[in-house]
Design a protein around this ligand. Sequence first.
Ligand code: 8YV
Length: 294
Amino acid sequence: MPFVRDWLVERYAAPALDELADPSGIEVAVVGGGAPAGATEMDALPDLGAIVNFGVGYDNVDLAEASRRGIVVSNTPDVLTDAVADLAVFLVVDVLRGLTAADRFVRSGAWAAGEKFPLTRDVRGAVVGILGLGRIGTAAAERLESCGAEVHYHSRNPKDVAWTYHASTVGLATASDVLVVLTPGGAGTEGLVDAAVLDALGPDGYLVNVARGSVVDEDALVAALEEGRVAGAGLDVFADEPHVPDALLARDDVVLLPHVGSATTQTREAMGRVVLDNVDAFLERGELVTRVDG
Ligand code: 8YV
């Protein structure tokens, strides 16, 4: 988040954590890139009153610990909904139509040598299961519906929408051709997509994850791919970023992206503005504009 850093330096002469000579008096910490903000980090800043997170997901922040210390926390909702929903749809299209695999096929010279790229699958008519129908899940579902996909979903409770609800993740995976993970990360969803869910998705089913690597049991996914128990995957997030398991790097049936859901200039600038608004509001009035409830 280089420009956010510049803005903060310009407005508040804000130091980076590693150049902080004296931690006393620091009231606001801006946290980016999913960096951890737990008891250790909070201990290091004795006067901290607010954690301003650059990102909608705040599984990197220990909310219970923050609340125990009276520290308030904010995130960057709404401004990245479209960019992340777009990327979810691109990955659904890619796993079904084999776009990046087709690009590799052309570059390898296989097409010029007379080989034929295998036929793929239509998005129209595919059942796409959205796991987590929040803001981004809903935006992705609307886009997919306009491509002719049949949208199903699972969330804690049914929503007031026309899409088909499933009461369990396994039920959703069983019905889906593509399962799209759009839940928040954190302890509540850790390993939610496990071997049983992948088996329910089945040998013709694809997994797309643009949420958090922690939601998917990555070892179970590798095993399912290797044993042909799922057809492929489109992944923007991983369990131990930026490390991607060699077993995934070696496969042609997976699309691998470096966590770029919100990574457009426009969206990152909009996220930066939300960060700055929160810093200003806290320093001026002791409030946050997009406070997360702990
Ligand atoms: C960012 C994200 O990559 O908003 C989130 O939760 O995962 C992404 O938008 C990340 O937060 C950048 O720091």
